[in-house]
Design a protein around this ligand. Structure first.
Ligand code: NDP
Ligand code: A1CAB
Length: 288
């Protein structure tokens, strides 16, 4: 039986069981704790004591070795293991925990909600969330897909939960998840790689390592804040504002065009979306 949810003022905080103590669990837990989710209402389980203790010590939440013990006491179970581990984790949960009255939220890429019903039982209440790591600092972007039967209460709960670590977007159709993963789930990595390459080039051009990082970070932060403050301006207009005719930026952007940066990015995003589709198909086939 789950413990009674913690109440603080008018707010009720269901107990959350995070299954998995990796990057994504950590990012969401950090974001939740920062926004005041009660630490004692959050528990994490994973095989590695070191990883569990790291999250527990850093954010003050509970930890358990055993998924079963964690899930039993929770109102909502958050599946934060790699897709390849998901079947094993789900089948064990189904056998060991009464999932009736519990909400299951999965963060995994490439596994459709229909698949979870095969693993966890047709009646399981499952919601799919695709977050990203900036949730760690409350700046995440999460896509939420709720199958038809999802209760309004569950939808609102997931919306509130993920809003506390960033922005949310409801997906009407699960097939939209492939584009969402390519555009938001994976994209922080694209921006980090872009910054990494600018930093390395700056060093080659004569900047010190520290200077290069500082210049990249502040310029990227400035550019992003500027774009956020002027949503009416297209990205093209913002780029035009930097580009003087016959000047330095023009030379850099011409080089992007010559080497077809746009095509490279399109190809990379298609690869991410295609991988998501292929994973969904392969999980469905493996278990048909
Ligand atoms: N990283 C990201 O940016 C995003 C990830 N996701 C999704 O989130 C999920 C987790 O990804 P991420 O956090 O990056 O992965 P990590 O590899 O960082 O973490 C996976 C965690 O799962 C734990 N684990 C493995 N087996 C079990 C088990 N049997 N029971 C409980 N826990 C187990 C691992 O344990 P241990 O600590 O012992 O190794 C580890 O803590 C994936 O499905 C991914 O698709 C979604 C959006 C973005
Ligand atoms: O790389 C992945 O598969 C996961 C999903 C989106 C970000 N990380």
């Amino acid at each position: 039986m789950p413990n009674t949810p913690i109440r603080l003022g008018d707010n009720v905080y269901p107990n959350l069981a995070f299954i998995g103590a990796g990057n994504m669990a950590r990012a969401i837990i950090a974001g939740l704790v920062k926004t005041g989710y009660p630490k004692k209402a959050i528990c994490v389980s994973a095989p590695s004591l070191q990883n569990r203790e790291f999250i527990s010590n850093t954010y003050g939440v509970l930890h358990k070795e055993d998924n079963k013990r964690n899930a039993k006491e929770a109102h909502a179970i958050i599946l934060a293991v790699k897709p390849q581990m998901m079947q094993e984790v789900c089948l064990k949960l189904k056998n060991e925990v009464n999932l009736k009255d519990k909400l299951v939220i999965t963060l995994a890429a490439g596994i459709d909600t229909a698949q979870y019903k095969k693993w966890l039982g047709e009646s399981v209440q499952i919601v799919r969330v695709m977050p990203n790591t900036p949730a760690l600092i409350g700046e995440g972007m999460s896509g939420i897909f709720c199958p038809l039967q999802t209760s309004e209460g569950a939808k609102l709960f997931v919306q509130k939960l993920m809003k506390s670590v960033g922005e949310v977007c409801f997906l009407e159709d699960e097939s939209q998840m492939h584009a969402f993963i390519a555009t938001a789930g994976s994209s922080p990595a694209y921006f980090f790689k872009f910054m990494q390459f600018i930093e390395a080039s700056a060093i080659q051009l004569g900047c010190s390592k520290e200077e290069a990082k500082r210049l990249v970070l502040q310029s990227a932060k400035g550019a992003i804040l500027l774009a956020c403050e002027a949503p009416e301006l297209s990205f093209q207009t913002l780029a035009d504002q930097v580009t003087s005719k016959g000047g330095t930026t023009e030379q850099a952007l011409n080089t992007f065009d010559k080497l077809d940066l746009e095509m490279t990015i399109k190809a990379a995003m298609s690869a991410a979306a295609e991988k998501s589709k292929a994973m969904s198909i392969s999980f469905a086939e493996d278990n048909s």
